[in-house]
Design a protein around this ligand. Structure first.
Ligand SMILES: Nc1ccn([C@@H]2O[C@H](COP(=O)(O)O)[C@@H](O)[C@H]2O)c(=O)n1
Ligand SMILES: C[C@@]1(CO)OP(=O)(O)OP(=O)(O)OC[C@H]1O
Length: 158
């Protein structure tokens, strides 16, 4: 059986926060605001996996009203959700994700992000693709008010 899932997330950019995306701490004058570390890319991927499994969304499993998830490492949340996939007998077919950000420039960090994600999902690096796009200065992302990400995953049950 194969299952497809998609995820989308947005976090606000603000001063005094780290800019952690895809598990990489990116040097930038602003960072992402959230209850957790606000890793917008890993949240979209986590939601895509939950979608493929038919298991709700990230907020259902890790509520932002629960102090246990304050400043949570989103890579750990992703690994917890990946454990659900493994329990159900799924492996990753492939994953494709896009970061939607006017700034900072993501390209230098994308290989490291893809490596971190592949390791978390116990997959080969070739199964993970991460891209970035600006919105040509349009909308909230274009004004630098926030960063969005979207992800699609294909899971395969042997
Ligand atoms: N935050 C970003 C946005 C884009 N990139 C890279 O630049 C290329 C061109 O972006 P456009 O939005 O003008 O199409 C894009 O394909 C990415 O490779 C980036 O690194 N960081
Ligand atoms: C990850 C959680 C939990 O710490 O908090 P946030 O960092 O605010 O992220 P969001 O994308 O709103 O999703 C789910 C939350 O419950």
């Amino acid at each position: 059986m194969i299952r497809v899932g998609q995820g989308f997330d947005v976090h606000q950019l603000t001063e005094g926060r780290k800019c952690i995306i895809g598990g990489v701490d990116i040097p930038y004058e602003k960072g992402l605001l959230g209850h957790s570390d606000a890793d917008v890319l890993l949240h979209a991927i986590t939601d895509a996996i939950l979608g493929a499994l038919g298991r709700g969304d990230i907020g259902t499993h890790f509520p932002d009203t629960d102090a246990a998830f304050k400043d949570a490492d989103s890579l750990e949340l992703l690994k917890e959700v990946w454990a659900f996939s493994k329990e159900a007998g799924f492996t990753l077919g492939n994953l494709d994700a896009t970061i939607i950000a006017q700034k900072p420039k993501m390209a230098p960090y994308i290989p490291q992000m893809a490596e971190i994600i592949a390791q978390a999902l116990e997959a080969d690096r070739s199964q993970v693709n991460v891209k970035a796009t600006t919105t040509e200065q349009l909308g909230f992302a274009g004004r630098g008010e926030g960063i969005a990400s979207q992800a699609v995953v294909l899971l395969i049950q042997k």
